[in-house]
Design a protein around this ligand. Structure first.
Ligand code: SF4
Length: 699
């Protein structure tokens, strides 16, 4: 009798952690089959933020880890750049060539001609951040990772002085959850777990504020679909109403905030009528929202990364968080504003990062301006030498970076020696001279902490990597040995790094963590709710901002001197004009995560093809039928894709979900052809949702 293979297999459930660039950092329960393969991945039930729920794309991870197209061996380019012609080589050959070429670049053009470029393809501390140790030990150019948080974090920090807030699990204790600027259903599903629990158990109202009727907004009790970049105007009008109608908590304002009187006077002219013109919301919608948050003490503002995709994002984030200071909802369980918990972990891990040998006089190249850097822009190069050699880990700039035309031109340079350590032949790997095969998270040890929650989480190696894949740490240490880099961190194993990072940061040892898998480090109520004061010398929440001295640690960029110093609508965004009548946002899709999952069959099936959502009345005016092939364009370039009618968006706004590879578009130009890389204020970043464009049907 034939017994199905699955019945014969030995399936163990083992703990792990989702490594992807997502605030949920879910605790996982992985089916390991015969110690070699994985089956279904589940959310861990004994980690109270994950609470047994993960997104579908990670539940199906077996199709990614066991994908037939995974890179398995080191490769060397044999044809022109980007031709896709590679020959298999040994690890020794690859590492010798990398060492020789890096040393030659250092000799001929200085150490700063070498740029080790990375980002959040894994959020594991050892595998993500160890690349900095090599950069610092050799005084290569430093990497300024601006692309995700730089337009949001300074806004939150400007008010609170600290990147943390009320326990995200407290959403379940709220009477009103405001999900603002995050499509949580698609990008951090656990927010919904706790918000929906509040609705079910307490009758809480869920308000969703976003720029289109996405999957999260469809679950809202109150949906506020505003124009991109108008969040600050909405926030100011809400605060205007709160002061006007006696809903501001004046004793809280007096005790906990810096300039309540000045704010109230400033907001006199920020009426709902004024905000209606800017946001496209009705006066009634604004009034109703203000009344709800002004009369519901337990209101939890969950502020997302959508703020970080607009040129005025920092000002908007600060204005939105300021509502919580006017209502005083910070005081109550289930109340306050939250963006990220980065401050609570207090990581100190110089053995991983090499921060102890960092020389801040070495230049700090902006990841968001990689196109300008590689094309030799003197400003982007900060007056230093051209970049002649690169190692890239955990990022795919040829798909995800803004200003794609320049990015592609830069990576096509024949005089650039490019090494890409990757899991698949991404568009960036295809431009490399040497491609190195990388492990996935279940194939190495690492440690994680959740931006959206309060756990430190251990993920141990569960299966052997396929082929000759090596983890990031091994590769960094092997290159270090060939370029003469010295640091004690190069002699340590990942396990030793995890243990040292835990001990140095005051979180016990790896043995302690192994017993529990995830450690809850949530601060007590008073600390999380700023009951003892905010993190400024005067202990006040700051309505009045000195953008130059926000405790963010970035490099001041763009028109930061022009930023308003009180909550406001800052009209610095790309506004539509006669030649570019539409506003385009490149929002995240549900089945991709940036360019990760671009190769996964079920994700490709679900996402179908590159599409732009267009209001039917806008489409009709341009003679565009549902499903027509259209061109989007602006001064940066043109992109061809298909139009899809969509009524859940304001007139004049276009949404293109997901980052598809360039080659998925008819003429090989991806959506980031249209996005800008102009280093917005105050600390740079990439305003991915802030693009004026024109639209026309393909003739
Ligand atoms: S929701 Fe985010 S952290 Fe959780 S499994 Fe999905 S991608 Fe990973």
């Amino acid at each position: 009798m034939n017994v199905p293979a699955r019945l014969e297999a030995n399936i163990e459930r083992r703990p792990s952690v989702c490594p992807h660039d997502c605030p949920s950092a879910c605790a996982l329960d992985v089916e390991v089959i015969d110690g070699q393969r994985i089956g279904r991945i589940h959310g861990a039930r004994d980690q109270s933020y994950t609470a047994g729920v993960i997104c579908a794309k990670v539940a199906r991870y077996a199709e990614r880890i066991h994908h037939p197209d995974r890179l398995l061996h080191p490769l060397k380019r044999t044809g022109p750049k980007g031709s896709g012609r590679f020959a298999r080589i040994t690890w020794d050959e690859a590492l010798e060539e990398i060492g020789a070429r890096f040393n030659a670049a250092e000799r001929e053009h200085s150490a700063q001609s070498i740029w080790l470029n990375y980002y959040a393809g894994t959020m594991g501390k050892v595998m993500k951040d160890g690349i900095n140790r090599l950069a610092h030990a050799k005084k290569y150019s430093r990497h300024n990772g601006t692309i995700c948080i730089n337009l949001a974090w300074p806004g939150f920090l400007a008010g609170t002085g600290y990147m943390a807030g009320p326990d995200p699990r407290e959403m379940a204790q709220s009477d009103c959850v405001v999900i603002w600027g995050t499509n949580a259903v698609a990008t951090q599903v656990n927010v919904m777990t706790h918000a929906l629990r509040a609705r079910k158990e307490r009758g809480a109202r869920i308000v969703v504020i976003d720029i289109y009727n996405n999957d999260t907004m469809k679950q809202a009790d109150i949906a506020l679909c505003l124009r991109p970049g108008s969040d600050g105007a909405l926030a100011c009008a809400v605060m205007h109403i709160l002061f006007r109608d006696g809903l501001a908590d004046r004793s809280y304002l007096e005790k906990y905030t810096d300039v309540p009187g000045e704010l109230e006077a400033h907001l006199q002219t920020r009426s709902p009528q004024w905000a209606s013109q800017i946001t496209g919301l009705t006066v009634e919608e604004i009034e109703a929202f203000a009344k709800l948050v002004g009369t519901t003490k337990r209101t939890y503002f969950r502020l997302g990364y959508g703020f970080s995709r607009q040129r005025n994002g920092a000002v908007n984030m600060h204005a939105a968080a300021s509502i919580a200071a006017v209502t005083g909802c910070w005081q109550y369980e289930g109340g306050g504003a939250f963006h990220n918990n980065g401050g609570i972990f207090k990581w100190r891990m110089p053995l991983v990062t090499g921060a102890d040998v960092m020389d801040i006089s070495t230049r700090w190249l902006d990841q968001s301006r990689v196109g300008a850097v590689l094309c030799g822009d003197a400003d982007a190069l900060q007056g230093g030498p051209p970049v002649k050699a690169m190692l890239i880990q955990n990022t795919n700039p040829v798909s995800v970076a803004p200003d794609q035309t320049r990015v592609k031109r830069g990576f096509a340079r024949e005089d650039l020696f490019l090494v890409v350590h990757e899991q698949f032949m991404t568009e960036t790997a295809a431009m490399a001279d040497i491609v190195l095969p990388a492990t996935m998270f279940i194939e190495h040890d690492d440690i994680y902490s959740g931006g959206g929650h309060q756990y430190i989480e251990l993920a141990k190696k569960l299966v052997e990597p396929p082929g000759e894949c090596r983890n990031n740490h091994e590769v960094i240490c092997a290159i270090a040995a060939r370029v003469g880099a010295e640091h004690p961190g190069f002699a340590m194993t990942p396990r030793q790094h995890i243990d040292a990072a835990l001990r140095t940061s005051g979180w016990g040892s790896i043995e302690d963590l192994e017993k529990i898998n995830w450690r809850d480090v949530q601060p007590d109520f008073d600390t999380a709710h700023f009951i003892k004061g905010f993190h400024w010398p005067d202990k006040k929440y700051h309505f009045k901002v000195d953008w130059q001295h926000v405790p963010f640690g970035g490099e001041l960029s763009g028109p930061w001197r022009d930023m308003p110093n009180l909550p406001d609508h800052w009209a610095v965004n790309e506004n539509p004009d006669e030649d570019h009548p539409f506003k385009l946002a490149t929002s995240p899709s549900r089945s991709f995560l940036n360019s990760t999952f671009n190769e996964t069959p079920s994700s490709l099936t679900r996402e179908v093809r590159p599409t732009v959502l267009v209001h039917p009345q806008d489409a009709a005016q341009l003679n565009i039928a549902d499903g027509d092939k259209v061109i989007l364009g602006n001064t940066r370039g043109e992109v061809r894709l298909h139009a899809k009618y969509f009524i859940g968006v304001q007139r004049g706004v276009l949404i293109s979900e997901g980052i598809w590879p360039n080659h998925a578009f008819e003429d090989g130009k991806g959506i980031n052809t249209l996005t800008g890389a102009d280093a917005p204020a105050p600390y740079g970043g990439a305003a991915f949702h802030d693009n004026r464009v024109w639209l026309k049907r393909v003739p």
